[in-house]
Design a protein around this ligand. Structure first.
Ligand SMILES: C[S@@+](CC[C@H](N)C(=O)[O-])C[C@H]1O[C@@H](n2cnc3c(N)ncnc32)[C@H](O)[C@@H]1O
Length: 236
């Protein structure tokens, strides 16, 4: 008789298409991020303060969430993406892989005007680390990443393209101000993804109330990933 392990359905392999060195880099970065998160002690965070504690931490998006974002970008043909919260640049790599592929596809059909992932980070040491990681990935990918360093409330004030997708993976008090900065530039059907909306529901109260207001123009769905992830479509 087959064991229950043998009967368990096999999940799909990762949808991410990238050269082997990029896949190995992602493996390594996810492992390092996970190790750091597993080692977090609430007492240490309290002792030094949240911002100080997190200054040298990845806090990368979980791999399954990052793969979902990649799929989503492919599905909607996203070529103009804003990433609120870049840290060491892990989720940026997924977004850039999808955007670059979409740009190439559009160009081969004689369409398109290039693409961009606007990455944002206010910790200089993190921005430097992100650049190092992207350098390992290679020029083709880094060519579609534009890193805006500094407080996101300033760096996104100007020069935003029409937006296909906004990732909110930033300290929660920033989420609503960032959404409001980006909203006038969002195309109809643009997608907003916010991480940890169940785990940090009380901290996201202002954002969720704003987006779930019946007149907001957003249609919202909480995805059942660890700690929740909100996927909203802008249909004004
Ligand atoms: C959860 S981490 C981002 C992780 C990243 N998306 C990934 O998956 O690799 C959030 C980042 O937002 C940055 N951040 C927080 N407040 C910010 C602000 N006001 N302006 C710019 N960056 C900010 C933090 O320094 C931190 O690195």
């Amino acid at each position: 008789m087959a064991s229950s392990a043998q009967n368990r359905p096999t999940p799909s392999p990762s949808p991410v298409r990238a050269p082997p060195h990029v896949l190995s880099l992602l493996d390594k970065l996810h492992r390092l991020s996970r190790e750091q998160e597993d080692a977090v002690q609430a007492s240490e965070v309290e002792a030094v303060g949240f911002d100080n504690y997190m200054r040298d931490k990845f806090i990368a998006l979980d791999r399954d969430k990052a793969e979902f974002l990649y799929q989503l970008c492919l599905a909607i043909g996203a070529t103009r993406v804003v990433e609120a919260g870049t840290s060491f640049g892990v989720s940026t790599i997924y977004l850039a892989l999808a955007v670059c592929e979409n740009v190439k596809r559009a160009a081969s059909g004689g369409e398109g005007e290039g693409g961009v992932v606007i990455a944002t980070e206010y910790e200089k040491s993190k921005a430097d680390k992100a650049r190092q990681h992207w350098k390992e990935v290679g020029d083709e990918l880094t060519g579609c990443i534009e890193l805006r360093e500094g407080d996101i409330r300033e760096t996104l004030k100007e020069g935003l393209p029409e937006i296909d997708l906004l990732l909110l993976d930033i300290w929660t008090p920033m989420a609503l101000p960032v959404l409001k900065l980006c909203q006038p530039r969002m195309r109809r059907g643009a997608v907003v993804v916010a991480d940890n909306t169940i785990g940090s529901a009380s901290k996201y109260k202002d954002l969720l109330e704003y987006m779930r207001d019946p007149g907001s123009g957003f249609r919202n769905l909480t995805l059942p990933y660890t700690n929740g992830m909100e996927m909203s479509v802008y249909m004004p």
